[in-house]
Design a protein around this ligand. Structure first.
Ligand code: AMP
Ligand code: MG
Length: 278
């Protein structure tokens, strides 16, 4: 990686939520680009570097097989979860990555505890699991729409921390992203879905209902981020009004996270020098 890419990998720590801090989303600028003053064109080049590094790390990570990596993506509608997956993971071997989207729970899922449907998708060793929405919906949409009593969702912060602790203890690294967009940027993106025929399919009138509860969602996010960011499963609040900056930040965090795991190729099962292939 070149110096600019390294600078990003080192710098993204500023977006990590330290354990036990109270997050005030109003004070975190969704249009921040302080780690990359360069042009959008330069950003594309740096993203390509980070992507190459990610692909390289993933190959070793997969061969190593000691850990899994869980990547959680949360955002308001139009926040860029799908775009992030497309742009950041496009260089990685698709065989090693599982993307799972969590929508409204089915009746079967609702007849179990809320982590039941989640746990089975936690990544196996050597694999990267990407959650497009996640177990966090159970303290977000569920809280905002009052789908269960407050007493019940309040207890879930502790469950979430304990669940992630379990995954961590058993070999899964975890990193969580909140793609932070402004309400104005959401308006633009929703409008684009109405204006552009190729985006009509993405427009969902339900998004307007969620938008009408913007402040409630921001409050729910702020509390979830404040209460569930831990050293072993940290949250990153990613400035996401600029898609290219968002991609750089997410890619840089992933590179840093995988590097910290220090994946290595396992020793050969046989002494290669002793094998003769005729
Ligand atoms: P989308 O991601 O646009 O396909 O929408 C998925 C929808 O499922 C969103 O409106 C989420 O809020 C909703 N959803 C995801 N998880 C849950 C959950 N645990 N309870 C209720 N709704 C959920
Ligand atoms: Mg949607």
């Amino acid at each position: 990686m070149d110096a600019t890419a390294m600078h990003l990998v080192w710098g993204v720590d500023r977006y990590r939520v330290p354990e036990g801090t109270r997050v005030d989303l109003d004070r975190l600028d969704p249009a921040d680009r302080s780690l990359f003053p360069g042009s959008k064109r330069e950003a594309r080049r740096v993203l390509a570097e980070l992507r190459d590094r990610l692909a390289e790390l993933q190959r070793v990570f997969w061969a190593d097989g000691r850990h899994g990596l869980l990547v959680v993506l949360q955002a308001m509608d139009t926040g860029g979860k799908d775009g992030t997956i497309r742009k950041v993971f496009s260089g990685v071997n698709p065989q090693g990555v599982d993307v799972v989207s969590f929508g409204k729970p089915t009746e079967l899922e609702l007849s179990h505890d809320y982590l039941w449907r989640v746990h089975r998708h936690a990544p196996a060793k050597g694999r990267i699991g990407v959650f497009n929405r996640s177990h966090y919906e159970d303290v977000l949409v569920v809280r905002v729409l009052g789908l269960v009593d407050e007493e019940r969702w309040r207890r879930r912060y502790d469950h979430l921390v304990a669940f992630e602790r379990l995954l961590h203890d058993e070999g899964t690294a975890i990193v969580k992203f909140f793609l932070h967009i402004s309400k104005e940027e959401q308006r633009r993106r929703l409008q684009a879905r109405l204006d552009d025929p190729t985006k009509h399919w993405k427009f969902n009138p339900a998004d307007l209902e969620a938008r009408a509860r913007w402040d409630d969602y921001q409050a729910a996010y702020a509390e979830a981020l404040s209460r569930t960011s831990t050293p072993y499963a940290p949250w990153y609040v990613v400035p996401a009004d600029r898609k290219w900056y968002r991609n750089l930040v997410v890619a840089a965090v992933l590179v840093g996270t995988l590097e910290a795991l220090d994946p290595r190729y396992p020793p050969p099962a046989v002494d290669p020098a002793s094998v003769i292939i005729d």
